[in-house]
Design a binder for this molecule. Structure first.
Ligand code: NI
Length: 134
């Protein structure tokens, strides 16, 4: 039997959306308030899809997944300025679209080969991005 499990996490980070190739006017027109440095309370959802182990009834131990997210994602990004402090974003805009791909690339190597991974990152209560194997 195939099932999907989900572990949630939460962290705060700051960013600024700014294209250095554009004038200040075009940056403000495009990014609005997001052209200023500002913070978000990010809500992260990490989903793993795979075979349920008949010995445990688990796809994966959620405590193990929780520790992995804490060590690899929360510790790395919590209370950071994504533009200034995080080399993962070098050459990339710190948008939620790029952020989900970065989190996917960090977590994927830690999972079993036959586990599928899907990341949802809520930047606000209204805005989110998703990236993953499905
Ligand atoms: Ni923002």
């Amino acid at each position: 039997m195939i099932a999907t499990i989900c572990r949630k996490a939460h962290f705060n980070a700051a960013h600024r959306l700014h294209n250095p190739n554009w004038s200040n006017e075009k940056n403000i027109e495009t990014f609005g308030k997001c052209n200023n440095v500002h913070g978000h309370n990010f809500d992260l959802e990490v989903r793993i899809r795979g075979e349920v182990d008949p010995d445990t009834g688990f796809v994966m131990d959620l405590a193990v997944l929780g520790n992995l997210i804490k060590d690899e994602v929360e510790e790395r990004f919590d209370h950071k300025n994504l533009n200034m402090d995080c080399p993962e974003f070098e050459g990339l805009y710190p948008t939620t679209e790029y952020f989900v791909k970065i989190i996917y690339d960090i977590l994927k190597p830690h999972l079993k080969k036959d586990h599928l991974l899907h990341i949802t990152l809520h930047e606000t209560q209204k805005n989110a991005a998703e990236y993953g194997d499905w």
